[in-house]
Design a binder for this molecule. Structure first.
Ligand code: AMP
Ligand code: ZN
Length: 115
């Protein structure tokens, strides 16, 4: 099965063609530390299969897996005091990597609304 996109940096992380600091993996998702952390804990959760962003995902299982994995990752990272989950979609959403991902941010208080 090859669902990857050749020039997608996160697909390359899935295939271990480029290194990442992997913190969790299950059947459908991986999680790794963000290279430029915005919080003491900043983990990205992605499906192994390539989807550009939320616009492109119709499958409830994919979205369910992503959020449940994000929760599992937060639990394993010791974020019982709470955490922020973010999915940036498209240019106005501030998306810079076009392989859907959930940011899991923790270890400090997160203000609302975000910038
Ligand atoms: P977004 O702006 O929502 O698309 O988030 C993309 C995130 O990916 C940013 O927080 C980047 O710091 C992060 N990022 C980009 N390249 C890498 C990489 N090679 N390894 C880990 N995180 C990365
Ligand atoms: Zn990809």
């Amino acid at each position: 099965m090859n669902n990857s996109v050749t020039d997608c940096i996160f697909c390359k992380i899935v295939k271990k063609e480029i290194p990442s600091n992997l913190v969790y993996e299950n059947e459908n998702c991986i999680a790794f530390n963000d290279i430029k952390p915005a919080s003491p804990t900043h983990i990205l959760v992605i499906p192994k299969k390539h989807y550009k962003n939320l616009w492109e995902v119709e499958d409830k299982d994919v979205l369910g897996d992503l959020l449940l994995t994000a929760k599992e990752v937060a639990k394993k990272a010791g974020l019982q005091d709470g955490f922020r989950t973010v999915i940036n979609t498209g240019d106005n959403g501030g998306q810079t990597v076009y392989h859907i991902h959930v940011h899991v941010l923790g270890g400090r208080f997160h203000k609302w609304p975000p910038g």
